[in-house]
Design a protein around this ligand. Structure first.
Ligand code: PMP
Length: 360
């Protein structure tokens, strides 16, 4: 490392690995929990019209008030709660961490969990504490409460359902965590549409509870729009870290338009859930595969020599996520996003061929 680099860059940044996104051109892309279906042709034509007339020579509405009102109605956000928008929910995690990064402040997550909680905590100047889940990926309440007591985290992030495991944690245990937490608890409901359960109607009950959602898994990943829902006393502080024009003109227009057709997105979600059950039972029937139940739009499974299987799938043109080596509980685990029936069939065919050749 050159002296100049060392003088300028913080040591924890040197130690950090960037969030890895492998190239996916031409692949069957089942690695990032995207919705595999495009918008309807009519909607795309309407969006083309919007683009034609958009005032992109001007900055966007910094408050995105029209969009926020539509989101409030569509997602049934309670009247007494505020909304903050992020360029993806990743950006919201960053605003929260930056606001809370007092010297020595701790962000607590559950591991294995969403990798960005740790990465963002670290580059924002917070310390990350990850509490291990049980072997079946359920929440270890005792260990979590002990860690809360010991580290006094100002921020706790819980994904519900959890990524990369796909399960929902026990709600009573989460209530206990919220009650014991000395700071705020953010429930990240990125996969809410596939699970159907939510903490939305519990926000009023817990003054230290906030909720995060994203449109990414619903078919708008390319747009980058996430939201935080909670009491204005908290959101007013996080707003100070939001860069003034973080939600662009086109994002606002397209999201407003698509949200008027929210039912279409939910119909796609229903198809994805049916496909999830089908793929889950097919995978469970394969010898050499252990599957884990999922309430999200992906399936975690274990196989022998997972890294080899992952690489061979890639060679056959199927990209999924290799989690082997990322956490001791995820030994030999891979995660596949539920795609279209055709994509799922291609993945399944490639995987069964690989397993057959290996005699698992
Ligand atoms: N939270 C969880 C649990 C996720 O899995 C993801 C995306 N993989 C995100 C947040 C980030 O979503 P966005 O596209 O809104 O930044």
């Amino acid at each position: 490392m050159s002296i100049l680099l060392k003088n300028v860059i913080r040591p924890e940044i040197f130690e950090l690995s960037a969030y890895h996104v492998p190239p996916a051109k031409g692949m069957i892309k089942l690695d990032a929990m995207e919705n595999p279906y495009p918008l309807s042709l009519t909607l795309r034509e309407e969006i083309a019209q919007l683009a034609e007339n958009a005032t992109i020579n001007r900055y966007p509405d910094p408050t995105a008030s029209v969009l926020k009102n539509i989101l409030r109605k569509t997602l049934s956000v309670p009247d007494d709660m505020s909304i903050l928008l992020g360029n993806g929910s990743d950006e919201i995690i960053q605003m929260i961490a930056l606001a809370a990064a007092k010297p020595g402040a701790v962000l607590l997550g559950l591991d294995p969990g969403f990798a960005m909680f740790r990465i963002i905590a670290t580059f924002s100047g917070m310390s990350y504490v990850g509490v291990p889940l049980n072997e079946d990926f359920s929440l270890n309440l005792e260990a979590t409460l002990t860690a809360i007591n010991r580290y006094q985290p100002s921020i706790i992030f819980l994904a519900y359902p959890n990524n990369p495991t796909g399960n929902l944690f026990d709600m009573q245990s989460i209530h206990q965590i919220i009650q014991e937490a000395p700071g705020i608890v953010i429930i990240d409901e990125a996969y809410h549409a596939f699970a159907g359960v939510s903490f939305m109607d519990q926000l009023a009950q817990f003054p230290n509870l906030l909720l995060m959602r994203t449109l990414s898994k619903l078919g708008l990943a390319g747009l980058r729009l996430g939201l935080l829902i909670g009491r204005s006393e908290w959101l007013e502080q996080f707003e100070k870290l939001r860069l003034p024009y973080n939600i662009g003109v086109m994002t606002q227009l397209i999201a407003e338009k698509v949200l008027q057709h929210y039912d279409d997105l939910l119909k796609q979600t229903t198809v994805i859930k049916t496909e999830r059950s089908k793929l889950l039972s097919e995978l469970s029937d394969l010898s050499g595969i252990t599957t884990f139940p999922s309430e999200a739009n992906f399936i975690l499974f274990r196989t022998k020599r997972a890294s080899e299987v992952y690489t061979e799938l890639k060679q056959k043109g199927v990209l999924i996520k290799n989690l082997d080596g990322t956490n001791p509980l995820l030994k030999d685990c891979l995660r596949v996003t539920v795609g279209t029936p055709h994509e799922n069939a291609q993945f399944y065919y490639a995987l069964s061929q690989i397993l057959e050749n290996k005699n698992f």
